[in-house]
Design a protein. Sequence first.
Length: 118
Amino acid sequence: QVQLVESGGGLVQAGGSLQLSCSASGRTLRNYVMGWFRQPPGKEREFVGTINWSRGTTYYADSVKGRFTISRDNAKNTMYLQMNALKPEDTAVYYCNARVVATDNNSWGQGTQVTVSS
């Protein structure tokens, strides 16, 4: 199973930017879809976006489309989430996810807190 470690969370003012990283180890990611999810305070975990590791194709939730960008660095086995134009409603614990393509085989990181002040 792949091990995931997120980093880069913190406190930022509304309108600001932040970049999260997800470092993966233990498996080649060739057959994985990597993703970001978030859990706002008092709410359920929700989908943010994904990237097909081998194809590089991305998909985003409507709430973040145009503001967030997912990218990957094959050499570093690392996925990134660039967050721009942040809003207070983006405040959440952000989780990295790795799923084997066409399966329910999931791995999760420990999460990193992002707080956007108004």
